[in-house]
Design a protein around this ligand. Structure first.
Ligand code: MSP
Length: 579
């Protein structure tokens, strides 16, 4: 839908030296959730992603494969494009820095900086890390026992470089940057990261080397072909290239620049919150409204790295657990902005406790009752009780509540707000017990089920950006038309119409049973046979799974989580007997 309000969100453009992994999927997913939310909220959205294809690192990777850099980047860039499709990302553009439009844009920006007196020719002498494509001051590096030297912040090896270079007068922009941060307190989020940036700038900024002469894979400096542009100046410019720069009169530029959110990982915040705004100020262009730096994932407690071989492949994950399930988990598990640990048991825990038990079950039991007891049509509500009003008020408040969290990139809070309503709705079902009302007071049963259908409608509406396919299915089950899935149709004015016929209910989130794990955890452990649950011990705080104590036919006791128990039951390894 098109409106007068616009929203422009960007992912970093990804290096093509490697195949996409969970970190890339995570950054883009956060942007996709925002883009989808804003579209549903009536904004004209531009969501940009793409690939960062120049620089020494990419040249080295292409050489290592024995192919030309262009051929190499064509191949790897396609993997990122495919991942976006696979993850159901709704980017409106996919930019490659090897495109002509980008070369034109970078060279125009360069000329502007040069004309404004912010670029001069000198010579660079210092440390450079190819892996980070970043320069480091001596005190930002340390020597290792084997004689090599690394950047302390990233651990990347640095090498000494001496070459002629153009410099950008970054040192002249420190005070202006500090004044800008002060005047725009939400420019850098989260707050903790903002403080790191401010102290870096307060420490004094050095002029920045912005061209290289020792390799060729990049955009030539206009008027001096010996030099190619520093890959970060090249890469950052993508955000305005995609709006049509240097044609600042173009509709897209006028409509979408300055970006509302540049989403980045914490490792690349300095480039986005210091260098990029300085380049833009120097070029007299508008500054983006926000840079949000999210945290990093570890894998089952370990730092993710190619050398340890524990890189998480988003495709493998989605194939095993389901797309919406993975999207949900990544946005739900960790307060957005913090680092987080990825674990399969936590993923399965959330799938089973929050998706299958809380949300799936709510939908399934309500819609089955409507199907069986109300002739498969939206029921007819009578007068509302206080409990009904409370339930409906929390459902009707969801869009506004969730919007507040999305606007500060607090995705985990957004989901927590929805889950509060889901839990309240489950408690409401238990308390109202519509299955009992069927005989005692059928009119009241209809009211209760109507309130629940309205509640589910709102839950599904606000969850669309997170789990688009499943929520489409849920809204189909309520026979909500496509047009009425925009947020303007939330609230009582557009409530479900009594008498609307509904399709046969279907489960949206089945419980997940990991058969491979089941085999591993039970093989040879002597669990075979009947058992009795003797007590329900506690909940695992991380996975939210209940731990049961069971007594086996051998007379021994064992503790088992509900997931393993269920798996064992399904496979017939254990059989329950009445106590
Ligand atoms: N090419 C630069 C960005 C240029 S933007 C003008 C770059 N590319 S990258 O491919 O290395 O990284 C892209 C994003 O992936 C970063 O936001 C980074 O933080 C993110 N992640 C890489 N590994 C990650 C995790 N283990 N966890 C979460 N995100 C991580 O930097």
């Amino acid at each position: 839908m098109s409106g007068s309000k616009s929203f422009y969100v960007t992912t970093p453009i990804y290096y093509v030296n490697d195949k996409p992994h969970i970190g890339h999927a995570y950054t883009s997913l956060a942007c996709d959730v925002m883009a989808r939310f804003k579209r549903l909220d009536g904004f004209d959205v531009k969501f940009l992603t793409g690939t960062d294809e120049h620089g020494q690192k990419v040249e080295n990777s292409a050489n290592a494969k024995g192919i030309a850099p262009q051929e190499f980047t064509d191949r790897v860039s396609q993997n990122f494009r495919d991942l976006a499709g696979f993850m159901n990302f709704t980017n409106d553009d996919f930019i490659r820095t090897t495109e002509e439009r980008h070369k034109k844009s970078c060279q125009a920006l360069w000329k502007k900086l040069l004309d404004n007196g912010d670029i001069y020719l000198g010579a660079y002498k210092g440390w450079y890390a190819v892996r980070d494509e970043a320069f480091y001051a001596e005190d930002e590096t340390e020597k290792k026992p084997d004689g090599s030297r690394i950047a302390i912040a990233s651990g990347a090896e640095v090498e000494w470089m001496e070459e002629p270079s153009y410099f950008f007068k970054l040192s002249a922009w420190g005070d202006k940057l500090l004044a800008f941060y002060e005047a725009n307190p939400d420019f850098i989020l989260p707050k903790s990261r903002k403080n790191e940036v401010i102290s870096f700038v307060k420490g004094g900024l050095q002029d920045l080397s912005v061209s290289r002469t020792t390799f060729k894979w990049g955009i030539p400096v206009p008027g001096d072909d010996e030099h190619i542009m520093y890959v970060w100046l090249d890469a950052l410019t993508n955000y305005i290239t995609a709006c049509g720069f240097p044609d600042t009169e173009q509709a897209d530029y006028k409509k979408f620049w300055a970006a509302d959110v540049h989403m980045v990982g914490k490792d690349i915040l300095r480039f986005h919150a210091v260098y990029w705004p300085a380049f833009l100020m120097a070029a007299e262009l508008e500054l983006p409204k926000r840079v949000f730096a999210h945290g990093w994932w570890t894998n089952e407690g370990q730092k993710i790295s190619k050398s340890t071989g524990n890189v998480i492949d988003p495709i493998e994950l989605v194939n095993k657990y389901g797309l919406d399930q993975v999207r949900f988990f990544l946005m739900r598990e960790v307060p957005f902005g913090n680092d987080g640990d990825f674990s399969r048991s936590a993923l399965m825990g959330r799938m089973n406790s929050e998706l299958a038990n809380d949300l799936g079950n709510l939908c399934q039991r309500v819609l089955s009752m409507v199907n069986k007891n109300c002739g498969a049509i939206i029921p007819n509500p009578g007068a509302y009780s206080t409990e009904d009003d409370t339930m409906l008020a929390s459902a009707y408040g969801l869009v506004a509540d969730v919007r507040e969290s999305i606007d500060v990139q607090s995705f985990h809070d957004a989901l927590e707000k929805v889950w509060l309503v889901i839990r309240a709705a489950n408690a409401y079902v238990d308390h109202q017990a519509p299955w009992k009302l069927k005989k005692e007071d059928p009119a009241r049963m209809e009211t209760v089920l109507y309130v629940l259908c309205e509640t589910i409608r709102h839950i599904a509406l606000v969850l669309q950006p997170f789990m688009p396919t499943s929520m489409d299915k849920m809204l189909d089950l309520l026979n909500v038309s496509q047009e009425m899935r925009q947020f303007e149709f939330a609230g009582a004015e557009h409530k479900l119409v009594t008498g609307t016929s509904l399709p046969a209910p279907e489960g949206v989130f089945p419980r997940f049973i990991d058969h491979d794990e089941l085999d591993k955890s039970f093989e040879g452990k002597g669990y075979e046979g009947a058992f009795v649950i003797t007590s329900c011990l506690r909940q695992n705080p991380k996975t939210k799974e209940t731990i049961f104590e069971i007594e086996l036919s051998t007379g021994e006791s064992e503790e088992l989580n509900s997931l393993d128990l269920e798996k064992a039951l399904k496979k017939g390894v254990l059989t329950r007997v009445e106590a």
